[in-house]
Design a protein around this ligand. Structure first.
Ligand code: 4AD
Ligand code: MG
Length: 430
């Protein structure tokens, strides 16, 4: 079997492509078929003078999304570089599709989401899922090249990692209420005391009432954690990761970014520039000067994130936030007990927060007090405190939101297009 993605090496040969009919245009004795086979899209040219009668009839019968096997000779496009066509000699229909609900005309988002199982076949959706795959692969490669070990963390957990208000609960046999994981971080902290540096990559869940273009209730997070790494080095790793992932996408997703009409100037531009680092206490007056009504002690809103990054060529780290608005596990800033050694990384081009990270509190007493003051004390946190009882070390980590990263790189407006089957407050089907 031949694949469209390898077609450049097949020029002059007769090959067969198995796939689907994406689109059909006819001009009398010649019909142009747009084929897709999963690996790509290409045009096949059928001319009545060349093909047998059965094939010509099949061309007339075939509907959008009919499945077929098309045989023909590969030719290079006379004018366009790197574009190839199939001069068809024979077609075998596998199935004639019923009238396809998604046509080349415009459909509303609800209609498309109701048909997500079919919408995935559209060119743009195909491109986004491929970019997602390249991002996943490049994250694995980045960490393996840096000596990190992939450690799987559980999805069913009695612990609240990121605050008790955004938890999904489930009844678990005789054990009472468990939650779906919000982040594997706490477990990863235990694991790196064994393997030194580790990462996980899996689905996490937030019962978040946010109905925005950047929020899902089920999304994929990559958490990374490393022993003996402190705040500044933690940000260095995040910067290196983001640059690596972006460069791999630029290298491997040219076709996809083209389909999405993504202007990649800024993505190319950030490779050689250091990311900006702004302390929270510097960000607030800067935002106020730009017209925001934010006050010290407030979380940044989406509009604040946009204000801070709109003229920036590079993502911006906002670091050292007030302890009062952040989770219990973040290490208190030795220079100011009201602050913690954490960061958000805000992407450019309205990407919003793509990473959240921090150095972790490694002092037993300080951590115990923080857990209690968040109302989380109890047996579930004893194992986490053990990590500070037995050979505690400075350590840091962060979590990258996969769909936020896919949204930024691919340039799609809404996060619902970045995951095959999105889960949002008002959407769980199909
Ligand atoms: O900032 P967050 O909440 O950080 C954590 O969960 C840490 N425990 C991670 C760690 O230190 N290991 O989430 C991390 C990232 C965010 O920066 C954002 O990219 C993404 O996860 N994220 C979401 N993505 C889609 N939908 C949501 N509702 C998201 N909430 C967070
Ligand atoms: Mg965050």
């Amino acid at each position: 079997m031949h694949h469209i993605s390898n077609i450049a090496s097949e020029v002059g040969k007769e090959i067969t492509i198995a796939g689907w009919l994406y689109n059909k245009r006819s001009s009398g004795k010649i019909v142009f078929l747009e084929l897709r086979d999963g690996s790509g899209f290409m045009q096949a040219v059928v001319s009545e003078d060349v093909v047998d009668e059965a094939t010509w009839k099949a061309v007339g019968d075939m509907t959008q999304e009919s499945s077929l096997k098309v045989t023909g000779t590969v030719t290079a496009h006379p004018k366009k570089e790197n574009v190839f066509e199939l001069q068809v000699t024979h077609i075998e229909i596998v199935q004639i599709a019923q009238e396809y609900p998604i046509t080349p005309k415009e459909h509303g988002p609800d209609f498309l989401l109701d048909h997500r199982h079919l919408w995935l076949r559209s060119k743009r959706q195909w491109a986004v899922q491929r970019i997602r795959d390249v991002i996943i692969r490049s994250v694995y490669d980045f960490y393996h090249e840096h000596g990190y070990v992939k450690v799987d963390t559980p999805i069913l957990t009695p612990n609240a990692c990121e605050g008790a208000t955004e938890l999904f609960d489930i009844e678990y046999f005789d054990e009472g209420i468990l939650h779906l994981s919000q982040s594997g971080q706490l477990y990863l902290e235990a694991a790196i005391m064994s393997v030194g540096r580790g990462f996980d990559f899996g689905p996490v869940f937030r019962a978040e009432k946010s109905k925005t273009r950047k929020h899902l209730t089920e999304f994929w997070m990559m958490d990374a954690e490393a022993a003996f790494v402190e705040h500044d080095e933690n940000m260095n790793m995040q910067e290196a990761l983001v640059k690596y992932v972006v460069s791999r996408c630029l290298e491997n997703c040219k076709v996809e970014l083209d389909i999405l009409e993504r202007d990649t100037t800024k993505l190319h531009g950030l490779q050689d520039l250091p990311f900006e680092r702004l302390e929270y206490s510097e960000a607030i007056p800067k935002l106020q000067a730009l017209g925001s009504d934010i006050q010290f002690g407030d979380d940044l809103g989406a509009d604040d994130e946009e204000l801070l990054t709109k003229d920036s060529a590079v993502p911006v780290f906002i670091h050292k936030w007030p302890k009062s608005i952040k989770p219990f596990y973040m290490k208190v800033d030795p220079g100011n007990p009201e602050l913690v050694l954490n960061n958000d990384l805000i992407g450019i081009e309205n990407a919003g927060e793509i990473i959240g990270g921090s150095q972790r509190e490694d002092d037993y007493e300080t951590l115990k007090t923080a857990i209690e003051s968040h109302g989380l004390e109890g047996p579930e946190y004893e194992w986490y405190l053990d990590l500070r009882r037995y050979g505690s070390v400075p350590h840091s980590g962060y979590g990258l939101g996969l769909e936020r990263m896919v949204r930024w790189v691919s340039g799609v407006e809404h996060i619902r297009e970045t995951i095959p089957f999105p889960r949002m407050i008002n959407r769980v089907r199909p």
